[in-house]
Design a protein around this ligand. Structure first.
Ligand code: NDP
Ligand code: GDR
Length: 344
């Protein structure tokens, strides 16, 4: 039986990855932070919270001693470092905290591996945000980085430390440069889930109008459940490496808005430009989306589109769910939750 540590099990990817590893008969140590109220709704929704092979461990990534103790006490074969301050918008307001968690946090685990057991395989959750102001289209493992947020800069540090520990100490450290991936378990602050949750509330009469920021940003959105499978495959490969996981399709936020409302049988018409842009329900004439500049970012990533050819070739990984299917799945889940009054 293999043993894995998943940092950030209370997050979207941590929950899906735990589900996958439990299905594969792993013993899983999932780490969560001490908070004043528990935050296990995702693993509860997946029905794995009471699984006999899942142990929840209190842990903060910023604590070096705790990182060493965690590795010493659990003796893992694999560590998946998914914990992060992962919200780009907040990273502009809390750059130091973001650097400590998202950047240095990864180093704490790499150090624990270097000091305790160099055979442990390590996955670092890197991100397309490292491409930022993109230097090539589509982006591949060879595209130069140009991060545009404190989050992107912190992730780039963690990415290079993973590569450095691979080269310096022969540690099996792999870095997955994952493009945006979404699901019904996505946090409500991220734009896709904010939109699908908003659509559900508007449809059920609980909200009049959804406020968003930059509708022109283009993202390459995939389904999170498929992306965690790619993480696992990276750690089963013969050699540690860096891989892009993406769909190779890019869509503007505005189009996702249109798609999500359509999934609830609401057809939109967009009017106006810039801060005055708004979307109107064609059937009722009501404004259901308007711009609030408070959601603009000081520096934006305008366009992301990834080429996952290397992952397909070396890992046999490829995305299967289309954005339309994903969007439908998220809207349906949010309609169910809002109706039942159980939305997180
Ligand atoms: P989430 O924001 O949903 O989850 C992040 C997790 O990190 C949560 O469990 C959170 O705990 C935990 N965490 C935050 N700070 C600490 C800390 N100091 N110590 C321990 N745990 C902490 O992210 P996702 O699941 O969406 O993403 C997983 C990883 O992949 C992240 O590193 C993210 O940056 C990266 N990534 C995500 C992509 C995406 O599109 N989803 C794309 C590319 C990379 P708590 O619940 O207590 O806040
Ligand atoms: P991103 O995701 O920054 O790409 O980071 P997010 O969903 O927050 O934003 C995507 C794009 O939508 C625009 N946008 C808005 N974003 C939010 N959150 N709220 C709004 O109201 C809004 N209106 C427009 C943003 O400006 C942006 O251009 C995510 C995170 O999961 C990271 O951790 C991960 O590394 C990257 O994806 C890949």
């Amino acid at each position: 039986m293999k043993t894995a540590i998943i940092t950030g099990i209370t997050g979207q990817d941590g929950a899906y990855l735990a589900q996958l590893l439990l299905e594969k008969q792993y013993r899983v140590f999932g780490t969560y932070r001490r908070t004043s109220s528990v935050n296990f709704w995702r693993i509860e929704e997946l029905g794995i919270d009471a699984h006999p092979n899942l142990k929840l461990v209190e842990y903060d990534l910023t604590d070096q001693g705790a990182s060493i103790a965690l590795v010493q006490q659990t003796q893992p074969d694999e560590i998946y470092n998914l914990a992060a301050q992962s919200f780009v918008g907040v990273s502009f307001e809390q750059p130091t905290t973001t650097a400590q968690i998202t950047g240095l946090g990864a180093l704490n685990l790499l150090e624990a591996i270097r000091l305790l057991d160099r055979k442990i395989r390590f996955y670092q959750a890197s991100t397309s945000e490292m491409f930022g102001k993109v230097q090539a289209i589509p982006q591949t493992e060879a595209t130069p980085f140009y991060p545009r947020s404190p989050y992107g800069v912190a992730k780039l540090y963690a990415h290079w430390m993973t590569v450095n520990y691979r080269e310096s100490y022969d540690i099996f450290g792999s870095s997955g440069i994952l493009f945006n991936h979404e699901s019904p378990l996505r946090g409500r602050e991220f734009v896709t889930r904010k939109i699908t949750d908003g659509v559900a509330r508007i449809k059920l009469g609980k909200l009049d109008c959804l406020e968003l920021g930059n509708l022109d940003a283009q993202r390459d959105w995939g389904f999170a459940k498929e992306y965690v499978e790619g993480m696992w495959r990276m750690l089963q490969a013969p050699e540690p490496d860096t891989f892009v996981l993406a769909t190779n399709r890019t869509v503007a936020v505005r189009e996702f808005v249109r798609m999500a409302f359509a999934a609830a049988d609401v057809q939109l018409e967009f009017r106006g430009e810039g801060e005055n842009e708004a979307a109107v329900d064609q059937a009722t004439g009501k404004t259901v989306v308007r711009i609030n500049p408070r959601y603009y970012r000081p520096a934006e990533v305008d366009l992301l589109i990834g080429d996952p050819a290397r992952a397909k070739d070396k890992l046999g990984w490829q995305p299967r769910t289309t954005l339309e299917q994903l969007c439908n799945m998220m809207v349906k889940a949010d309609l169910r939750r809002v109706e039942a009054g159980t939305s997180f």
